[in-house]
Write a protein that binds this ligand. Structure first.
Ligand code: IMP
Ligand code: MG
Length: 497
């Protein structure tokens, strides 16, 4: 099934998303896992949601690498040092795998992965509950875990193996957090500490907010259970590079990267190829081929932040971020909305339904818009020019497809480095700064749809001519090399170009 030409002389392959995540990485990691010996994750944590469909079963993983379904074939899955590792969620995922009869014998966790603790989830949720500065995070404690890492007060997975040093580091960390919590409404803290992700109050203390003894008890249990999985995975990968087939699994997407994305509306790790390599302890030059995933010919985003081509604009953004929007409630209640509706918000609702665009982690409706070439041209710098187009079948019934080919800047003068953006400027490549992006008006080209089902297509030449035209158009207009297409969630709904 996998073209040998594509992976000829490739020993280390990276698969990353060029957009805001949820482009179908899970399917392709599982797909390339057939080729790989080792599948390794290096960024993000339980904020990710990777959906894999196998036969009649659908699996959603947050922490466990998406190559786990091939464990039975002897493939090694690695959670690398760059991951924010939540042992509670990890144990829950293992329980699901066990129930489903999926083995995890060869799974390894980096001893130096960053450890998520209850205080991180509390701080994440506290910041999100203030209207000011909301990012729309997944509430999994990701940001505060990385903050502690860079502030040099974080704990690592290895601390689970040495309980005395765990206790010492935990106490120091908690002392600092309690100072921050001193000025916060205790009722708000109590409420958050009773969230299901904080075991319904198991770590809550009325006087100290966070019960150190309860945390030690639970994490001691995690330590003894997880001991056999904890490895020096950096060393393991160094030894494997160039000798074994290594598949690096990206998480989130380049536009959510803390270093390259639409800051501050990003996650707290670097989702580019470089960040991914670093997160498993290798150099990015060790990656022989990077494949960027692009959802086509629409895009999605979860959480706050600019999204120039969003269908329904502000209304959609507010509605998808849990605000009460009356007109939206009515439309969402309709049993049928057409993907050809002339009202953009309604068309967005229809595409969301057609693509089942609801968060795998938070169940939030994903914001939907047209494919944005200025953003894709920007992302290409960090993810490379070789891409996979996914979810093509979702737009099978569309009469017309719009593609954003450029922006017009419609804002007040705004300086970014040596360039000042002024009203009326045309941009063919996006800048990630939200101050500019939020005032960019997309310029569209409209194309005829293909109006036939593609889910059963077996070869590129059998795809409708209008669809093939659009694939070539995107490749040409953004300088990309399209290597694979996806027309459905199953492994065999994959077409080489
Ligand atoms: P955090 O990663 O939970 O801190 O969330 C920061 C931003 O990244 C929010 O807008 C989230 O919705 C978004 N985000 C985090 N993980 C994912 C993902 O796996 N898919 C899509 N968006 C994500
Ligand atoms: Mg996802």
């Amino acid at each position: 099934m996998i073209s040998t030409r594509l992976l000829n002389s490739v020993s280390t392959l990276a698969v990353v998303c060029t957009q805001w995540g949820d482009t179908g990485k899970g399917k392709f990691i599982d797909f390339f896992a057939e080729w790989a010996d080792i599948i390794a994750r290096g960024t993000g944590g339980a904020n990710a949601g990777h959906t894999i469909k196998l036969g009649s079963k659908t699996y959603v993983f947050h922490l466990v690498p998406s190559g786990i379904l091939r464990d039975g074939d002897g493939k090694v899955n690695v959670i690398g040092n760059g991951v924010a590792f939540d042992p509670g969620i990890f144990c829950e995922e293992l329980a699901v795998l066990e129930r489903e009869g999926v083995s995890f014998e060869h799974l390894k966790i980096a001893q130096n992965a960053r450890l998520v603790l209850p205080q991180h989830i509390l701080l994440d949720r506290l910041r999100e509950s203030s209207a000011d500065g909301r990012i729309g995070t997944t509430g999994r404690g990701i940001g505060p875990t990385y903050v502690d890492h860079y502030a040099r007060v974080g704990l690592t997975v290895n601390d689970l193996l040495n309980i005395d040093s765990f206790v010492q580091k935990l106490r120091r960390n908690l002392a600092e957090k309690r100072r921050i919590l001193k000025d916060v409404d205790p009722e708000m803290i109590r409420r958050i500490m009773h969230h299901e992700h904080l075991e319904f109050g198991a770590f809550w203390s009325a006087f100290e907010f966070l019960d150190a003894d309860a945390i030690v008890d639970r994490y001691r249990q995690f330590g003894s259970f997880l001991h056999p999985f904890i490895w020096n995975t950096d060393q393991y990968l160094w030894d494997a590079i160039g000798k074994k087939r290594v598949l690096l699994e990206g998480a989130q997407g380049n536009l959510l990267s803390v270093d390259h994305g639409t800051y501050p509306y990003v996650t707290s790790s670097d989702c580019s190829v470089q960040g991914l390599a670093r997160g498993v302890g290798i150099r990015d030059r060790d990656v022989d081929l990077a494949l960027g995933i692009v959802k086509a010919f629409y895009m999605t985003r979860v959480g706050e932040g600019p999204f120039p081509t969003e269908l329904g604009g502000e209304t959609s953004a507010r509605w998808c971020n849990n605000a009460e929007v009356n007109e939206a409630v009515e439309i969402e209640r309709l049993p049928y909305v057409s993907v050809n509706d002339i009202i953009p918000f309604r068309q967005g609702v229809a595409i969301r339904r057609a693509g089942n665009e609801y968060g795998a982690t938070t169940k939030r409706p994903r914001r939907v818009g047209w494919l944005d070439l200025p953003l894709l041209r920007y992302s290409k710098r960090h993810t490379g020019g070789d891409i996979i187009l996914t979810k093509l079948d979702v737009l099978d019934q569309c009469d017309q497809i719009k593609i954003c080919t450029a922006y017009r800047y419609d804002g007040l003068p705004y300086a970014i480095g040596e360039r000042v953006f002024t009203n009326g400027d045309m941009l063919d490549t996006a800048v990630p700064n939200y101050e500019v992006l939020q005032h960019c008006t997309p310029q569209y080209e409209t194309f005829s749809g293909w109006k036939e089902s593609t889910t059963g297509a077996k070869s590129y030449s059998k795809l409708p001519a209008n669809l093939r035209f659009l694939v070539r158009y995107v490749a040409c207009a953004a300088g990309l090399n399209v290597v694979l297409l996806s027309v459905g969630p199953d492994r065999d709904q994959t077409i080489p170009v």
